[in-house]
Design a protein around this ligand. Structure first.
Ligand code: SF4
Length: 203
């Protein structure tokens, strides 16, 4: 595999790449936590399920500002994720609530179909509210920084369905036929990501 992607082994020696993708590199090499984990440490108060969406977005702005502060502290090495208390409810929960509401009158992409995908209604992407996976594997054809210094490949998960209708799509058989994928919920997708990572995937 080294012969196939020798550029992947070398790319992280370039200062420009390390500067631009510094945090990504740290997460890849397990020397920094992924940002979604840090989101889980930023507390958010209130009964999220009953608040109007406008209030939730206001909370999102406030909590995101707090997140930026926490990120700065972690990036400076002044604290670690493990030192931060896990709140009962966090910015991550708030993001989940907002995403769920967006799906109920879907405006997750710029088609802004407005359909309630939780009720099985479908818009341009032809997807209901469930994610569908067609395959997952160690991918050695991605951009060099994603392959990893140890040639583990990127941990790729292919979902079926797409909001674009590009006539030159190389994945047309899955991008335009969402029904071919296997339904997978959040924990199942997390299991796949963990399995890929535990078997050497770089990202
Ligand atoms: S194309 Fe799909 S994701 Fe985009 S707004 Fe329509 S239903 Fe939502």
């Amino acid at each position: 595999m080294f012969l196939l992607r020798f550029n992947a082994a070398r790319v992280w020696r370039a200062d420009e790449v390390k500067n631009r993708l510094g945090w990504y590199y740290k997460v890849m090499t397990d020397s920094a936590p992924a940002r979604f984990l840090i989101c889980g440490r930023v507390p958010v108060e209130g009964d999220l399920g009953s608040l109007p969406t406008s209030d939730l977005w206001r909370k999102h702005v406030e909590a995101s500002n707090e997140l930026r502060g926490v990120l700065r502290v972690i990036e400076a090495g002044a604290t670690r994720l493990a030192d931060l208390e896990a709140p009962d409810q966090s910015l991550l929960d708030l993001k989940v609530e907002l995403a769920n509401r967006m799906v109920s009158e879907c405006h997750l992409c710029e088609w802004r179909c407005g359909v309630d995908r939780w009720q099985g209604k479908k818009g341009v992407c032809k997807l209901d509210a469930r994610s569908r996976i067609t395959s997952y594997f160690h991918h050695f054809g991605e951009e060099a920084p994603l392959i990893g210094e140890n040639m583990g490949g990127s941990g790729t998960i292919f979902f079926s369905g797409c909001v674009f209708h590009c006539v030159f799509c190389q994945n047309h058989d899955i991008s335009q036929r969402p029904e071919v994928g296997q339904v997978a919920d959040g924990p199942a997708i997390a299991d796949i990501a963990e399995k890929l990572r535990n078997t050497g995937a770089a990202t």
